[in-house]
Design a protein around this ligand. Structure first.
Ligand code: CO
Length: 168
């Protein structure tokens, strides 16, 4: 398992719902957590390791890892805030993205058990970023300002033959 970088097309494909909660899934989650930590990320989604499955791992605070299977946002606050983000699929690129201040999500754990989670601030932004990945949406789509790596991003967009709102 290794990280998939933009403009690999799998990053744009919506994932499929996971229905089998077996050892294989648990091992996938374990490997994803390892990669997320090695690359010093706070979240990693299935498509970023070339999986077309709705799985996310996060570590918003050191040691506090969580595995989210089939996560979906069920509610969000009206107020938005600006989040400074990067993405393991875009090394060296950082920018400002508007996010909901609070979200509520539904997800399943590795045993298939259903959970509801209310999140605000940083955890909320991490969840929105990762759940976007499961739908083929990337943080670059929502950028309002680039902080680092603009030249690199421009050349990647050219390679991908894509445009983003920031450059329209
Ligand atoms: Co990302």
């Amino acid at each position: 398992m290794q990280v998939t970088y933009y403009p690999n097309k799998i990053l744009r494909q919506p994932t499929k719902e996971i229905e089998k909660f077996d050892d294989n899934l648990a091992n996938t989650a374990k490997e994803m957590i390892k990669i997320m930590r090695e690359d010093k990320g706070v979240g990693l989604a299935g498509p970023q390791v070339s999986l077309d499955q709705a799985i996310v791992v996060i570590e918003p605070q050191p040691g506090k890892t969580k595995v989210l299977i089939n996560p979906t946002i069920t509610n969000n606050s009206q107020d938005m805030t600006l989040s400074e983000e990067g993405c393991l699929s875009f090394p060296g690129i950082f920018g400002i993205v508007p996010r909901y201040k609070k979200v509520t999500i539904n997800y399943q754990d590795l045993n298939g058990k259903k959970h509801k989670l209310k999140a605000k601030d940083f955890l909320s932004y991490v969840l929105q970023h990762e759940i976007d990945h499961l739908n083929g949406n990337l943080f670059i789509d929502k950028l309002i300002k680039i902080r680092q790596g603009e030249d690199k991003l421009k050349s990647l967009l050219k390679e991908a033959n894509e445009t983003i709102k920031l450059y329209e």
